[in-house]
Design a protein around this ligand. Structure first.
Ligand code: COA
Length: 276
């Protein structure tokens, strides 16, 4: 059962607003304009798509799928699983939007939140969603086994990201730290993680709340990132520090793949494939 596009419009407007608040534009993430996207909205409570594990979702919970994602889910070519977090009695105001993806996307929801994904490549991704958390993943991202915690925070991943396995992206601390002298909460400011255009996050990396990874940047394996990583740098270590500047990366080993070429054109870098 598709419910028309009213709830989809609400979701896309909310996402556009969140991107604008971060100083980003829709085209930093997606090829199509929001209003050009073909999408069907399915109430989660009806579970027509068979994506729900268990119950406990109210009437304002929807899965919104683009045609490619819908076909893959229906034909079990890709696996979408949504379940409620253990002790929560019922959740409402939950939106999961996916234009396209391959492999496996699992979403655990504790309270209102939004997951909004463009045309993803292959993903093995576990998302925890709640407390009005938002996770936006731009077109052409691939994710090989990450956990993303979008609880009480906003995680925004621009187009073309490559995220390896055993990566943890933590969008907020989830719990408060209180100053004993003043009673003030000291950790409420850090409620986002931003990944720029064409970023490569290596194996077993942890990205902590309040971190922005610049366009074209690389984070080395097993790093714990606690601060901003500038554009076109390699950062590595615990805590991560810049170890190389003025570089970017390609999915292929010794030539530039199409997205690397596109990115290097965007930043007007004088790189060329060997055969050119
Ligand atoms: C970061 C990486 C890409 C190498 O980048 P690089 O620019 O060639 O870095 P270098 O090897 O020249 O190392 C530069 C410095 O960073 C250090 N370094 C490199 N990788 C590091 C890491 N993951 N953690 C801690 N320090 C690291 C090096 O020891 C060196 O330190 P030094 O200057 O004190 O000697 C690589 O080390 C890495 O982590 N590869 C794994 C990527 C991955 O996870 N792939 C999975 C598929 S997505």
């Amino acid at each position: 059962v598709s419910t028309g596009d009213a709830s989809w419009s609400a979701v896309s407007v909310g996402v556009t607003t969140a991107l604008a608040e971060a100083g980003h534009t829709w085209s930093d993430y997606f090829d199509d304009a929001a209003d050009a996207s073909v999408v069907r909205s399915f109430p989660l409570s009806a579970n027509d798509l068979g994506v729900l594990e268990g119950a406990g979702f109210g009437e304002r919970c929807f899965v919104h799928l683009g045609p490619a994602a819908e076909a893959k889910v229906r034909h079990q070519q890709a696996r979408l699983r949504i379940r409620r977090m253990g002790s929560t009695p019922i959740v409402d105001d939950v939106h999961v939007y996916v234009a396209d993806f391959s492999n496996k996307l699992s979403v655990t929801v504790g309270s209102p939140g939004t997951l909004f994904c463009g045309r993803l490549g292959a993903v093995v991704l576990e998302v925890s969603l709640g407390h009005d958390g938002l996770l936006v993943i731009g077109d052409a991202a691939t994710i090989n086994g990450a956990k993303v915690v979008a609880i009480n925070g906003r995680i925004l991943i621009k187009r073309g990201a490559m995220i390896a396995d055993e990566v943890l992206i933590q969008g907020s601390d989830q719990h408060g730290i209180v100053d004993l002298a003043t009673g003030a909460f000291v950790n409420h400011g850090k409620r986002f993680v931003h990944l720029g255009r064409h970023t490569w996050i290596g194996r077993r990396v942890t990205l902590l709340p309040g971190v922005a990874i610049g366009d074209g940047a690389i984070v080395g394996a097993c790093s714990v990132v606690t601060k901003e990583v500038p554009s076109c740098c390699v950062a590595a270590g615990v805590p991560a520090r810049v170890v190389r500047e003025n570089v970017s990366w390609s999915r292929t080993w010794d030539t530039l793949d199409a997205d690397a070429v596109a990115f290097m054109d965007e930043i007007q870098a004088p790189f060329r494939n060997p055969e050119e």
